[in-house]
Design a binder for this molecule. Structure first.
Ligand code: GDD
Ligand code: MN
Length: 354
């Protein structure tokens, strides 16, 4: 087989027939398959099954009951299922025109690239299909930000956020991928230095349905960037830092309301502990959750640990304030920094242990 086309779908029923028709028209004479990795909550799987029966090329469907890691996770599952070494990833809503597939294949045939990226941002391409200027602006800024964070690995890639690319599966360390959300190409390129080639393409308007992009996807993207660039510990530090700031602000507010600083520190710490756990759960350790038991157990372990730590921290705080005469908020800041390292080790090795 020459080519496996991987299409992640989430409620794309009305696009399926048109997509397969146009792919088929472009690839007549090729030995290829289309793999839908579907997380739909509607009748899309049934539509795919019917379309597969009618198609004159292999159309496969993996419907996931648990949509692990969203779009990116779906693409990784597609890599595992693919019969061909070369995999084309494209959206199911026809924003990636099947008419561009032959040019991607031609470019790959030159033999000097591990991945051929369909780019909106080289001459001949355009991003008009992004529909509004906010999204265009966000896309441009995040592309620049991303490229400046991976200057070497993304050298020669003008559009690391595109969802349309052709890749040699054997050049990718698939098991090292930790996809979360939409930016699967970035995940692939940031992990290992690949030889990148590009062809321009015009990002089209959606054929039917609505985009699944959201503010939440944006947050996931920022998390992904942090994790890729600085590793888990930095993401943890970022969450911890945000928590420490929240802790201090709450404490300051409570003191202003007339509470004693010790009481204020206790309340601020409890609130921060709960908030921190949620951020760890859904951002920092999101990829380890599935293998580390029940959320309730993790919460209780984390909560108990952080409280034990806080219980130790408060007397230390008291000593720093009363004996060393350090201002209370500064003293609290110092104890939080010291606690950080211990907390990271405990969470990585105990709370999220497989
Ligand atoms: N399996 C699966 N699971 N598929 C999903 C999920 C999910 O959770 N979320 C979205 N998809 C599918 C959609 O059904 C569609 O086929 C494709 O992924 C892209 O989703 P859209 O909702 O159409 O996203 P978009 O058009 O806003 O974003 C596209 O363009 C961006 C560039 O601006 C995507 O290609 C992004 O990857 C790309 O960065
Ligand atoms: Mn789309």
């Amino acid at each position: 087989m020459d080519l496996s086309i991987i299409v992640p779908t989430f409620n794309e029923g009305p696009n399926v027939d048109e997509l397969l028709r146009r792919i088929g028209a472009q690839l007549a004479g090729h030995d290829f398959e289309v793999i839908f990795v579907d997380d739909s909550t509607d009748d899309t799987p049934a539509i795919i099954v019917a379309a597969a029966a009618a198609a004159d090329f292999p159309v496969r469907l993996l419907h996931r009951e648990v949509a692990t890691a969203g779009l990116g996770g779906a693409v990784v599952e597609g890599f595992h299922l693919a019969a061909s070494r070369w995999c084309l990833v494209m959206d199911g809503d026809l924003q990636h025109p099947p008419e561009d597939i032959p040019r991607l294949l031609e470019r790959a045939a030159a033999g000097d690239a591990d991945v051929v990226v369909a780019s909106r941002y080289i001459s001949g391409g355009d991003s008009k299909g992004l529909a509004n200027s906010t999204r265009t602006g966000v896309s441009r800024v995040s592309t620049l930000l991303t490229k400046s964070m991976f200057p070497r690995k993304l050298h020669g890639c003008s559009d690391p956020m595109t969802g349309f690319f052709l890749v040699d599966r054997e050049a990718v360390d698939i098991d090292a991928l930790r996809p979360r959300g939409f930016k699967i190409l970035l995940e692939i390129l940031a992990r290992r230095q690949l030889r990148i080639a590009e062809v321009p393409f015009a990002f089209a308007a959606r054929f039917a349905g609505a985009s699944k992009a959201s503010f939440r996807q944006g947050i996931r993207f920022l998390t992904q960037l942090t994790l890729l660039r600085f590793g888990r510990m930095s993401a943890f530090a970022l969450v911890g830092g945000a928590g420490a700031i929240a802790n201090l602000i709450i404490m300051w507010g409570l003191i202003r309301l007339g509470l004693d600083y010790v009481v204020a520190a206790i309340i601020a710490s409890e609130l921060t502990i709960i908030g921190n756990f949620l951020l760890l759960e859904y951002l920092v350790f999101a990829d380890m959750r599935a293998e580390s038991g029940r959320m309730r157990t993790r919460f209780l372990t984390s909560f108990a640990f952080n409280n034990a730590e806080a219980v130790i921290r408060i007397p230390v705080l008291w000593v720093l304030v009363e004996s060393a005469h350090i201002p209370s908020v500064l003293a609290a800041g110092l104890t939080l920094v010291a606690a950080f390292v211990v907390r990271f080790v405990f969470h990585a090795l105990v709370v999220y242990a497989p």
